[in-house]
Ligand binder design. Structure first.
Ligand code: IVH
Length: 672
């Protein structure tokens, strides 16, 4: 056993290494180790900290992800208020703004900095003695939500600033969801049948408002900083120097900035930014023009809402006109019919757009969209292009009104419209398009991961009539596959092997692969770990389903209904016969309800890592929180319990040791 000093030294060393890799990865975009190697360092650090909780500090990289749901968001009053900016869409107004400043400064040399207007969620982080103390949203400008736990999950936000730093500083910036992460998130939400986020900003805002920091960690938020509010003893007197300073502390700053000393220069920078901004990892919706010199800023002053030394120029969402050639109706996995416009290809925001969603029949009626119309389409950033309106002035009379079909375009059966809903659905479970979408999802990398079973192969299998239900892939023969296009012996045996291997995939992948409405990958993991077996999940009532971590009522009802559908029940039995992994009883984590409704806090050194005890408490229905309050029922206290012990006694919270805890749960201490 290494002695405590050695352990502490290793912990420090690991933290330095991890912070170094974070910097390389996030600030310099030049990682030098693989994700796996990084994970190994993190795992080792976690292990050591679990065995030696006395060495855990709030700024350790392990503290970025916390499993503790916040009860609600505490309000934090900003040390200096967070103002907004004067906005404009007009170049003339930008010119006027700059001339007004020049007039006010009476002929002094005036440098303006032009930088991207990041389309995220405004954030203020307070660092004291270099340590991250709290992070808050803008709120009403005076006070905002305490989102510290969530912001700690952002790997590019340092928990400690690099030396030298001021004693106190509120850094100001924007939390965003990288465009690529946004696209992937929406794709997986679409597959899970969950509502899509309209744009990266909504996704970032929605993520930041999550009460469970583990979900936030999965959302891979990032942040960029462009200034500060309150600061103690800074000798920085220009915006450019401030940005350099912020970068030196280890925070990310805007990808590019420009300077200009004339109106023409400012407008040219705004134009240039409009071109390069499409390559940034974050969404931008404009340019911010700021006076560089802080003494000039002071003289220019503020209105009640915004500084007089800055202005935001917003770019128009990009639009294009093109002809709508035809409308296809697609049948989704759940049978939903979606009309999609085929367009004469047109250039928009740097990509060629040839299709745009029309959402549903109601939308087509409301906008009076006809086949042959010239339409205006819009795409701001990463949003799926949409038809905004018809250019009615260009109608010739040859346009045709479109009516949604009353029969499924794939299988020909009548479609149904549930009362009060706009969506039309095909309810034939063997509808070929539905089967294709379902099988694509089932075999997808994020679900059962069957290599070789992509869109083209799925289409062939369904069109040949070999697969009418998911489990039919497990009956496929080499002879059948040999009859398909471009299938040699090698590809046949590869595919059959991949299909066979999918039977052993972990339970959560199967749960996800079933494609139950609202059940995404994260929920599938949680359901699998809570219930342990598919049979336990299947027999759970709505009530019990909502008790499983993070399962909302809508999802619980959807799961409940899915298993009660006789077609799905038949599918489950067929999959069981084929020997898919339905989980094992012992894996069930919902061991009992003994601790249901109780709230726990853990403190001190226990015989095993704290995680193990947290897990046990959750498995028996209890909840864990980090600090003691009147709502806490039990404090599980190990050796050398600190301040939590007297606090618990003072509040009358019951204190239990490891032995009593074991007795409560009916197991022998030491075998948890
Ligand atoms: S400066 C007192 N710079 O835009 C000056 N704001 O519409 C405060 N924003 O509330 C802001 N990018 O949340 C500044 N480069 C940038 C920005 C930026 C995005 C946001 C910020 C502000 C809002 C105003």
């Amino acid at each position: 056993m290494p002695n405590p000093e050695q352990v502490e030294a290793e912990i420090r060393q690991l933290r330095r290494e991890i912070e170094g890799h974070d910097r390389l990865y996030y600030q310099e975009a030049a990682p030098v180790i693989s994700d796996q190697a990084y994970d190994r360092l993190m795992r080792r650090l976690r292990e050591l900290e679990a065995a030696h909780p006395e060495f855990v500090t709030a700024d350790s990289p392990t503290q970025r992800v916390s499993g503790q749901p916040l009860a609600a968001f505490r309000q934090i009053t900003h040390r200096s208020p967070m103002l907004s900016l004067e906005n404009t869409y007009s170049e003339a107004e930008v010119a006027e703004f700059f001339r007004r400043i020049e007039r006010h400064l009476a002929g002094e040399r005036t440098v303006a900095v032009i930088e991207p207007k990041v389309d995220g969620v405004a954030l203020s982080i307070f660092y004291q003695h270099g340590k991250l103390v709290y992070a808050a949203t803008r709120g009403n400008g005076v006070a905002g939500d305490d989102v510290t736990a969530n912001v700690r999950t952002i790997r590019s936000v340092p928990l400690r600033l690099h030396q030298p730093y001021p004693e106190e500083v509120e850094v100001r910036g924007e939390v965003f969801m990288p465009k690529r992460v946004f696209a992937a998130l929406n794709e997986s939400r679409e597959q899970a049948g969950e509502p899509l986020f309209a744009n990266p900003r909504n996704a970032a805002a929605g993520s930041l408002k999550q009460l469970d920091a583990r979900i936030v960690a999965e959302r891979k938020l990032d942040a960029v900083f462009y200034g500060w509010g309150h600061v103690s003893g800074s000798d920085v007197w220009s915006h450019r120097a401030a940005l350099a300073e912020i970068a030196r502390w280890g925070l990310r700053t805007p990808a590019r900035t420009w300077t200009a000393e004339t109106v023409e220069g400012v407008l040219a920078a705004i134009k240039e930014l409009d071109v390069v901004r499409h390559d940034f990892s974050y969404e931008t919706d404009g340019a911010v023009v700021k006076v560089d010199d802080f003494t000039q800023r002071e003289r220019l002053g503020y209105t009640s809402k915004a500084p007089r030394w800055a202005m935001a120029f917003k770019y128009q969402a990009e639009r294009a006109e093109t002809r709508l050639l035809s409308i296809d109706v697609q049948v989704g996995r759940s049978g939903k019919l979606t009309p999609v416009a085929n367009l004469e290809p047109v250039q928009l925001s740097g990509t060629v757009v040839a299709r745009a969603t029309l959402h549903n029949g109601e939308e087509i009626k409301r906008k009076d969209i006809r086949v042959g119309d010239v339409v205006r389409i819009e795409k701001s950033g990463e949003i799926i292009p949409a038809v905004v309106e018809v250019v009615t002035a260009r109608r010739t009379g040859a346009e045709r009104v479109f009516v949604m079909p009353d029969h499924c375009p794939s299988c020909g059966r009548p479609v149904v419209q549930a009362s009060g809903q706009v969506d039309l659905r095909c309810v034939n479970v063997e509808c070929p398009d539905q089967v294709k979408r379902r099988l694509e999802h089932f075999a997808h990398k994020g679900a059962l991961d069957v290599e070789g079973l992509g869109e083209a192969m799925v289409a062939q299998l369904v069109d040949a009539g070999f697969v009418r239900r998911l489990d039919h892939i497990y009956d496929l023969t080499a002879e059948q596959l040999g009859r398909l296009e471009r299938m040699g012996n090698k590809s046949i045996s590869n595919l059959l092997n991949a299909i066979e291997a999918s039977k052993k995939q972990p339970l959560w992948r199967l749960v996800f692969g079933l494609g139950i409405l609202h059940v995404g990958a994260t929920a599938s993991r949680e359901l699998a770990s809570y219930f342990g077996t598919l049979d336990a999940l299947r027999s759970a009532g709505v009530e019990e389903l909502t008790r499983a971590h993070n399962t909302g009522y809508v999802m619980a009802q959807s799961i409940y209904d899915w298993f009660r559908n006789p077609d799905n029940a038949a599918l489950i039995e067929a999959l069981r016969r084929h020997g898919l992994n339905f989980g094992h009883k012992g894996e069930a984590q919902a061991l009992s309800n003994k601790l249901a409704g109780t709230t726990w806090v853990i403190t001190g050194t226990l015989s095993r890592p704290r995680d193990d005890f947290e897990e046990l408490i959750r498995q028996h229905g209890g909840r864990i929180t980090s600090s003691i309050s009147k709502k806490t029922n039990y404090l599980l206290a190990g050796d050398e319990a600190g301040s939590k012990l007297p606090k618990a006694r003072q509040l009358g919270v019951q204190v239990v040791g490891e032995k009593e805890f074991a007795a409560l749960l009916d197991y022998t201490a030491g075998t948890a």
